[in-house]
Design a protein around this ligand. Structure first.
Ligand SMILES: [Zn+2]
Length: 276
């Protein structure tokens, strides 16, 4: 094959492969690192997994896809922690890129799984690669999850899923307390019906509630379910050069939430006017 032909074949094959496997960053190993205090990043290059270390074991937020669990485990071990010390597993929301591996982690470690009520049925389901995990505790808006002196608060931020959860916690770094906010998802996915949704009649009002909650939270550390929400890669590179912690970014948080709210409102307006 000539080089030109070979290039053409690669270019033609690429979109199909990319569509079948999703974003390549989803499954790519990313260096595990400490964000601040006892809060670390152990996710892939885009699918965020957070580890909260405590003297009584660790909490994980998200599992990623089932195929990513070995990658997450490697990241936990890179930091010198034990996968088997996982005591509690939480999720951002019940979509496979965040929760498909929950059942596997529960089986491997015996961790207790705690999920917001609107997402419990999905996490327990085994349909279409769903995690099939046993939910040990059903959470409600404002519930606290406590382990070894660390407290996480579950904020119901629904719309993206009915039980979509934004997690907050305080971490201590250099004698200072920092408010961490891990956004569940403010995104209106392609194909979501905001106007006249028979299966989820309150979806648009739920998104409105979500933006109100997100705007009310005190924030220092801006984090979320996908690295792309908060610029994981660029901030990680900046962190390596030293200086102030780039994940402390309240302005970036506000800009992101405002931009996502306009995107939601534009889409809702469009749907109300019956435009495609
Ligand atoms: Zn999602």
């Amino acid at each position: 094959m000539t080089n030109i032909l070979r290039t053409m074949v690669v270019l033609l094959a690429w979109p199909a492969a990319a569509a079948a496997q999703g974003n390549p960053d989803w499954h790519a190993q990313f260096p595990a690192f400490k964000i601040a205090g006892n809060l670390s990043y152990v996710g892939t290059a885009d699918l965020a997994v957070y580890l909260i270390r405590t003297p009584q074991g660790n909490i994980l937020i998200n599992s990623d896809f089932a195929e990513d669990v070995p990658t997450v485990r490697k990241s936990i071990e890179q930091l010198g922690f034990k996968y088997s010390d996982t005591k509690i597993v939480l999720i951002s929301h019940a979509h496979g890129d965040h929760d498909e591996g929950v059942g596997q982690i529960q089986k491997d470690t015996g961790a207790r799984v705690m999920v917001m009520d609107g997402d419990v049925a999905d996490v327990q389901s085994t349909a279409q690669g769903r995690p099939g995990a046993k939910v040990d505790r059903t959470l409600h808006d404002g519930d606290k999850v406590e382990l070894g002196g660390s407290t996480l608060v579950a904020h119901l931020t629904p719309g993206h899923t009915k039980g979509c959860t934004t997690w907050t916690m305080q971490v201590e770094e250099g004698g200072k307390k920092l408010n961490a906010v891990i956004i569940g998802s403010p995104n209106v996915n392609a194909g979501y019906i905001l106007a006249g949704n028979k299966d989820y009649p309150t979806i648009a009002q739920d998104y409105e509630k979500t933006f109100k909650v997100l705007k009310s939270l005190p924030v220092d550390l801006f984090l979320g379910a996908h690295g792309a929400y908060f610029g994981l890669k660029a901030k990680y590179e900046r962190m390596k050069t030293g200086g102030p912690n780039p994940f402390i970014d309240p302005a970036g948080y506000r800009a992101y939430v405002n931009e996502r709210e306009s995107a939601f409102r534009n889409e809702w307006e469009k749907q109300k006017q019956g435009k495609p």
